[in-house]
Design a protein around this ligand. Sequence first.
Ligand code: OXD
Ligand code: MN
Length: 589
Amino acid sequence: MPTSLATLESWVDEVASRTRPEQVTWCDGSDDEYSQLVRQMLQSGDLSELNQDTYPNCYLHLSDPSDVARVEHLTFVCTDNADDAGPNNNWLSPADGHERIDALFDGCMQGRTMYVIPYCMGPIDSPYSRCGVEITDSPYVVVNMKLMTRMGAAALQRIEREGKFVKGLHSTGDLDPEKRLIMHFPDELSIKSIGSGYGGNALLGKKCHALRIASYQARAEGWLAEHMLIVGVENPQGETHYIACALPSACGKTNLAMLIPPASMPGWKIWTLGDDIAWLHLDDAGQLRAINPESGYFGVVPGTNEATNKNAYDMIRHDAIFTNVARTADNEPWWENKGVGEPVTDWQGRPYDKANGKAAHPNSRFTVAAGNNPSYSKLAEAPAGVPISAIVFGGRRKELAPLVYQARNWRHGVLVGAGVASETTSANIGEVGVVRRDPMAMKPFCGYNFADYWAHWLSFAGRTETLPGVFHVNWFRQDENGRFLWPGFGENLRVLKWILDRCNGRAEAVETAIGYLPRVEDLDIDGLDINRSDLETLTSINARQWQVEIEAIGEYLASYGDRLPAELRDELQIVADKLAHGSVNTADS
Ligand code: OXD
Ligand code: MN
């Protein structure tokens, strides 16, 4: 289905003449196309069938062992001025960026099919949605894009109507890590990625478009593109309120987005809008609204089981693509903490041997369409999105950060977001378990200078009177023996309940130097088996440790130099003063 849009046609021709594919296929996004590509990959060995009785339409892909995560050190933002990309990005000038990557694309698709994938991020008829076209030589990317985005004929129609789209060029190249690069050219609305077939590096609608390019566009256009899940929380009275929550990669966004309320909280329901990315706009009445630009989930598999996330466990039992998990003797997928079965072959397809490490790769993934999720919210398709009552930041911190606290106001909330730090996980190549600054959980994804990004966040205070409350959560607090103090998973609903009650003026808190904290009695712990002293640790702060933290945040913010908004520095000083003067424990409601 070639196109009436001349700019699209000429770009496709130009790419084909550089990459020299054997043929060019325009993807229409149909179910037939999906099935045909699956058949082709079963033949080529790119996919293999899992047990079709117990896992109907489920397939396994094993990637090259060197290609199992995002590669932040090979990811660049190319702007004319290095300061526009900021210290938070690797930078090259657009000319140098193109030159370096284009050489790798020369002839890289010889003997391969080049697929052209028109896609729409967000509901097809939403004014908040944005479109793109990904060109790729990977059929695995095409089938994943089908599950993750609204792709094909309807997206192409919108692109032809609007005449504007993000150009994403991807090739797996020869998967040589030395020839792997992911480049963003935000002023040209374009992305080039080569040498990797892994999700975040290759499914260009996701991190590259919906976060890096979109955040850049959002700043110019007055909205926000964030690394946030969107969830609706329905109380027993039938009222639903929506929360957008930013957590770093592999910190449980998918679990929180499809949480199952504990049996001791009857009448509560959770509705999933999205598990990874939120696009936030102020509507005409000044209400912040969110859409999820994606329409599927690319989630971390290990740890998913009936107890931790039954919704996810059920939704990946059919029509799912697994990447880098192990297999059982019954040809079922297997991963650590699945709770049933035994691995027979590991994520590299070798006979399973403990000496080789984990059976499933710690960053192994599932891809499924959002509609598979039993808690999927119909409002995920609403063109106007949903109104957001609370913004929640969080990180994986074994000490320091309490279970939950609320920022005093929006400006303080921006500081809370800018101060997010978390222990690293296997979602990116690199050391795991070290604390790093990850402002708004956007460190790997903000397509421009963080200092300008914080200024953009701060600017929302001047645009409306009715901004959501801002909170910080930490599910990962441990004692000195490494025992988790909070049970997490479904029980996190108790924290969401306090958050929403605060937004609706229904819950009490104590004012501390870092913000409002619940007292133990302010949390609904009915039916929860937890000891009082753990709860007290979870709801208190250590002023000395916080002074050290505030100093570290100050040093980090100072690395952004003169571009750092003064308001953020002032806000930090307010917290430092409150800590120094021992301002804690003022009852407040
Ligand atoms: C992801 C990530 O895959 O954040 O969502 O790494
Ligand atoms: Mn993510």
